[in-house]
Design a protein around this ligand. Sequence first.
Ligand code: HEC
Ligand code: HEC
Length: 367
Amino acid sequence: MTGTSPSAASSGPTKDCETSLAQLRQCYEQSPDLWPSPNIDEGVEYKELGLLPQPKEPNAREQKLRSLGEQLFFDPILSASGQITCASCHHPDQRFSDGRRTSNGHHFLEGTRNSPSLLNTALQESWFWDGRAASLAEQAIEPMLNPVEMAGTREGIESRLNNSDTYRAAFKKVFSNKPITLEHAAEALEAWQATLRSRSSPFDRFLRGNRDALSDQALLGLHLFRTKARCANCHMGPLLSDGKFHNIGLTYYGRKLEDLGRYNATQAPGDIGRFRTPSLRDVAATSPYMHTGNFPHLRGILAMYNAGAPRPKPKENQLDDPLFPETSSLLKPLNLEQHELDALESFLLSLTSGTANRRTVRIEVKN
Ligand code: HEC
Ligand code: HEC
């Protein structure tokens, strides 16, 4: 390996791993608990990258609830205009995101945040970019009633569902003869969304012992991700997310795109501008990125992190503002070289199912 040596918590084995790419490969072909130690800051509770847990087998009730949820997800009956479904902004062929900077909903009104992929969403501990929903069922109620999304009302949705012979019969199988409520619909949507999982990625195949599944470039990227590039301080575990909230400098405080993030949910000044670390599974297929959707390419994101992420300084009139947001101290300038940025991008591609990233395939990396 060329370039500056990663500033990994340099225990002996890590150093040995870095003597050559062949050596690095040997180190990572062991089980993850024997991988080189990651470069993790004090106070961060690290969870190693790994395979996703499989969804559990549904019982009979759960099975009915799931198919009901699937039907509802694709049905405009939940929207006031009768034209918008959950899938309008979460397309199955775009990993349940929508490819737009921010989403269009009711009468083409535009929201302020990027639509996240719903794959693996049941494995999260909170929902929305700011974590304001504590369950998937609680989450589902919001878009149905949000005036710029489906713009429904409780009465409207419940009466449309109760007036439908098909839905009355389908809900009856799960909830007996009770009138259909918004909460029943949300429970069904939750059950179906819990089945959405990423398909196997090259990284997963590598973890399962297929050594050719990662190119040398992607393998170096994996190592950098855990060490010199510091990504694993936040993007960790099977989802490549710690489920926590961080400010990476995209608050736009006092500006047009201002979004206070987690603060809106907690009112805690320390939460200003914090957003939930997104999962990086299938990331190559879910552009554009960030809560703002204003990063069209992974390359721009890597350049941002390499520079240490934005760290806005207060203007004269903001000097005494106790709410002025602070970028996370976990982010620092990284001094990554061009070939290291290429390697990181290659690793990010390997987290996406349906992409070839075999050792023999050269990944073309655009600048
Ligand atoms: C008009 C577009 C639009 C529609 C319609 C829509 N969503 Fe979303 N969805 C979004 C956006 C944008 C976000 C992120 C909003 C935020 O974080 O504040 C989101 C977030 C989510 C999340 C949270 C994901 C996460 O990672 O935290 C889930 C789950 C979800 N939507 C499911 C649904 C379901 C179920 C429906 C139908 C009842 C639905 N959405 C309808 C645009 C939409
Ligand atoms: C301090 C914690 C932290 C560190 C360290 C970190 N990230 Fe992130 N990452 C986040 C958060 C939080 C977001 C979402 C921020 C937002 O939308 O405002 C994010 C967003 C992203 C996204 C966009 C994903 C999407 O679906 O929109 C990518 C890609 C990404 N990070 C990759 C990386 C890489 C590669 C590294 C290492 C060079 C890294 N991150 C380091 C916390 C972190």
